[in-house]
Design a protein around this ligand. Structure first.
Ligand code: NAD
Ligand code: LMR
Length: 317
């Protein structure tokens, strides 16, 4: 039975993640961490959460703290702290401000909870995953981010709706940046086990429209209701359940790759990874030439910004 801590637990994603995580059978304790000064809110979040347990039969223990030392003994630390984008901003616009927050916490978490996994949610998530990896001193298989798993979920729903099939019949993946340069893998998309391009109706799929919807999904939701919450909250729980349940599922997360995709690497970015109790392991893959080119572009974009951010952090600018 595991302890899962949430850093940023007073925020919108952090609060909903607390609910979804509390329902995972392998979770013994959900710990809500907030900055000093947020005690009242944390206490309220904990009480509200516990109120839901009688209805769902959940028996996780809920604790809260403003003392980072209390994260000691966590199996997974979910990081949702930082600024969120406004409708006109890109996720990359948040990089400098959030990198400072992530670097500071990661350094401390590396010492306080040396055996925990870090799951990054804060945007731009690929870059923040790399910042957490570097500043925590953890191993690459111990730090991962909610990258294109959420985009893959969105694409899956759109395909299921177009073909009027249950979502469980659709397998698909988006790799690359959790952002504009994301790359859909049509070569890895199946419906009812059939490769999608082998279905005659594939010719009528409005691929560009669908991808435009997926790319802009977060921004549209933020413009209308202020934040994306339930999609990310459920995705977070899926990834945590996969690790704690030692499920060996292959999910698309932001992880450090050396050369697993056509020898492209040295970056944290969305890739298919096997996930189990020992961590996150990117799966070596071969994809279509156009997909390789698009992935390479995405990697170069993320690697470039990551390097700029490391320089800013190192120079203390
Ligand atoms: N990867 C994804 O798919 C995904 C999905 C949704 C949201 N996000 C990202 O998650 C983050 C949180 O989103 P939200 O909507 O919950 O935002 P929010 O504003 O509701 O919550 C932010 C949280 O961060 C804390 N925080 C802010 N600045 C801090 C600091 N300097 N030190 C410590 N804590 C600090 C706040 O107290 C709060 O708990 C954003 O960066 C957002 O872009 C990522
Ligand atoms: O779009 C955002 O800024 C939030 C998140 O990354 C999302 O995709 O829902």
């Amino acid at each position: 039975m595991a302890k899962v801590a949430i850093v940023g637990a007073t925020g919108r994603v952090g609060q909903y993640a607390a609910l979804t995580i509390s329902r995972i059978p392998y979770v013994r304790e959900v710990q809500l961490y907030g900055r000093p000064g947020s005690e009242d809110v944390l206490d309220g979040v904990a009480r509200d959460l516990i109120d839901s347990f009688a209805a769902t039969g959940t028996d996780s223990h809920v604790s809260w703290s403003c003392n980072l030392e209390d994260l000691k003994g966590s199996d997974i630390i979910v990081f949702t702290a930082g600024v969120a984008r406004k409708p006109q901003q890109t996720r990359i616009d948040l990089a400098v401000e959030n990198a400072r927050i992530v670097a500071d916490f990661a350094q401390k978490i590396g010492k306080i909870a040396p055996d925990s996994f870090i799951m990054m949610v804060t945007n731009p998530v690929d870059i923040m995953t790399h910042v957490a990896l570097r500043y925590s001193g953890k191993k690459p298989n111990e730090v991962f981010g909610l990258g294109t798993h959420l985009d893959s979920m969105r694409l899956k729903s759109s395909i299921a709706s177009f073909f009027q099939v249950h979502v469980s019949e659709v397998h698909t993946r988006i790799i690359g940046e959790h952002g504009d340069s994301m790359v859909p893998l049509w070569s890895a998309t199946t419906i009812g086990g059939i490769q999608i391009s082998n279905l005659p109706s594939f010719a009528h799929v409005p691929i560009e429209d669908i991808m435009q919807q997926v790319r802009s999904a977060g921004q549209k939701i933020i413009a209308s209701k202020g934040a994306t919450v339930w999609g990310p909250g459920e995705a977070i729980a899926t990834l945590i359940r996969t690790i704690l349940g030692n499920e060996n599922r292959i999910l698309t997360v932001s992880a450090y790759i050396k050369a697993e995709v056509h020898n492209i690497g040295d970056v944290c970015i969305g890739v298919p990874a096997r996930m189990n109790r020992s961590g996150v392991y990117p799966v070596p893959i071969r994809i279509e030439p156009t997909e390789v080119r698009n992935f390479q572009n995405s990697v170069e974009k993320i690697r470039g910004v990551t390097q700029e951010i490391f320089t800013i952090l190192e120079n203390g600018e």
